[in-house]
Ligand binder design. Sequence first.
Ligand SMILES: *[C@@H]1O[C@H](CO)[C@@H](O)[C@H](O)[C@H]1NC(C)=O
Ligand SMILES: *[C@@H]1O[C@H](CO)[C@@H](O)[C@H](O)[C@H]1NC(C)=O
Ligand SMILES: *[C@@H]1O[C@H](CO)[C@@H](O)[C@H](O)[C@H]1NC(C)=O
Ligand SMILES: *[C@@H]1O[C@H](CO)[C@@H](O)[C@H](O)[C@H]1NC(C)=O
Ligand SMILES: *[C@@H]1O[C@H](CO)[C@@H](O)[C@H](O)[C@H]1NC(C)=O
Length: 568
Amino acid sequence: MKLLLGLLVLVTFVVVVVALVTSKSNTADSPQVNIAGQGAVLGSVDETLWTRQKFYAFRGIPFAESPSGERRFKAPVSRSPWNGTFDARSFGKRCPVITSISKLNAKQLEEEDWEDCLNLNVYTKNLSAKQPVMFYIYGGGFTNGSASDHPPHHLLEKDVVLVVPQYRVGALGWLTTLTDDMPGNAPVLDLLLALSWVQSHIHAFGGDPTRVSIFGQSAGAAMSGALLLSPKTPEHYFKRSIVQSGAITAPWAINRTPLQQVKRICEALQCEKCEDKREQYECLRKVDVLQLLRVTTEESFSPVIGDEQGVLPQEPQMLLRNLKRTVPLMTGFTKHDGSFVLATLYDTLIAQYGSLAKFTVRQLANTLIDLAKDTTSLSNNLLLRMLFKSKILDSNNHTAAWPAYFDIANSVYMKSPVVAYANELQRRSAAPVYLYTFDYAGAHTRFGYEFGNSQYPFEGGVHHSNDNIYLFATHKLNANDTLIAKKMVDLWYSFAADGVPKVGEQPELTLKPLETEAGPYFHIDQEVRVDSDILKELTVTIDDPESYKLIRSSVLPPVLPPVLPPVL
Ligand SMILES: *[C@@H]1O[C@H](CO)[C@@H](O)[C@H](O)[C@H]1NC(C)=O
Ligand SMILES: *[C@@H]1O[C@H](CO)[C@@H](O)[C@H](O)[C@H]1NC(C)=O
Ligand SMILES: *[C@@H]1O[C@H](CO)[C@@H](O)[C@H](O)[C@H]1NC(C)=O
Ligand SMILES: *[C@@H]1O[C@H](CO)[C@@H](O)[C@H](O)[C@H]1NC(C)=O
Ligand SMILES: *[C@@H]1O[C@H](CO)[C@@H](O)[C@H](O)[C@H]1NC(C)=O
């Protein structure tokens, strides 16, 4: 599981949002909204990227009391009303991450409440209309993410109200003793409170509370699954769901050892007593934010089963099987959604062993597949059999094996869980389930976005999170990429608004929900097109005659004779 830490983090939230779109705030026509029972908020005026339509932005509206002090780790409570007008012209604080908190000096740390991050952003063109609402749940490996990474200037081309809430991340969100003190799954409760805020207040921003769609990517995809499956979620909170590149049923979506984790972190903090849950809580509730984040940089976090509030009372698979409600779903993955896993594995092995030459293809492949936690090894055996020529398995010719490694990582982490989630919902509900693969290779990628990617012996392909480059205005797009962005916005908006994905530029195209477990499904590329057997996406890299293009010959590691297998 260690390996997984940071994996999703690194690639999902590495966008430094450059001021691509300048905020044209003009106090003269700054909009003001009265939120009943809360107070007034002052927003700003901005404009969309493609057609320069004016829209209003209300940023950093607090929806919960700060989860600090006695409220740390606990279920959030609604924000108390404020007097006067809340200035919502700039983003609120992001939930604490080591990279943001470690930049602060002692005085700043002392003087401000950095945990006060439960705020949300509302973007709308018309305060008196009744528009569909899209509620975005960011990813970031459950340990990072913020609303400011998701500029709305593409989606606001449509008549929609976009809401981007923040939820707690990392130790401050997920640490739990599974008791009253630290009930667990607090970040899911943060989202539930934000959804309840939407029900009460979105009409004041021109949104229709009866037409809310949630959409989330990566860790946000798993969170959206938690919301769908949780018995704590009132049915009317949302009507549809878009789930991008992840599933609550994926092997990385659940933390199976939260009690060991809370003890380990208590001990790392060198608190006096860490034996029982009460002692752990006493230690953790008082520790300062920077210290807590420092000792948890190597930890991975995710939702837990059996939290005290009953958010996830059972295994997601069980909840899914017994699910009573149904919502129309659109879900999918990117063509090479697992290449970031390979990159992280590569970094780990190089850091530790200097080269891959010490490993056989079989060892590397098994390491990747083991993250599926299939106790029968059936996945290992079948994947080795199907994806590799048997003669390379015991060699260390990784060059020949990269395409198969891609397909393993894609399938184990993303494609198989996404397909399984889609199929389970399709089998048990009358509601339509649309399935897609995002195949477009544009000018930008999230592959190694933060630290560069030139060290890798492979390309990132159509990388994890590349789909979001088109939904949110994070990059300056060329003409071709802009066409894709328009198609993505069409697809996402039409599904959210009407339950049927459509592309304006391709009026002849009819996208259908799954009829069987295989399809139909659709490819998102220069042209959106329909296809019939989703399972062929599991071997898309080895089947691609051009997959050699993913391999960089210039940085191939030296091929040395194999030595004894080290333990990973
Ligand atoms: C969190 O995401 C931001 C981008 O929003 C990035 O700059 C930062 O390095 C990330 N921090 C960690 C610890 O991953
Ligand atoms: C708001 O104003 C009222 C009346 O002046 C006062 O009683 C109350 O404490 C104020 N609330 C806040 C949050 O400042
Ligand atoms: C906003 O919506 C209302 C109600 O649908 C409509 O009457 C009005 O014309 C809209 N305003 C603008 C600027 O589009
Ligand atoms: C490794 O595999 C590649 C691609 O199949 C092949 O071109 C190369 O000759 C192989 N290298 C060795 C040392 O067998
Ligand atoms: C845009 O797409 C067209 C058609 O596929 C292609 O010929 C052209 O080279 C592309 N331009 C850029 C800048 O990628």
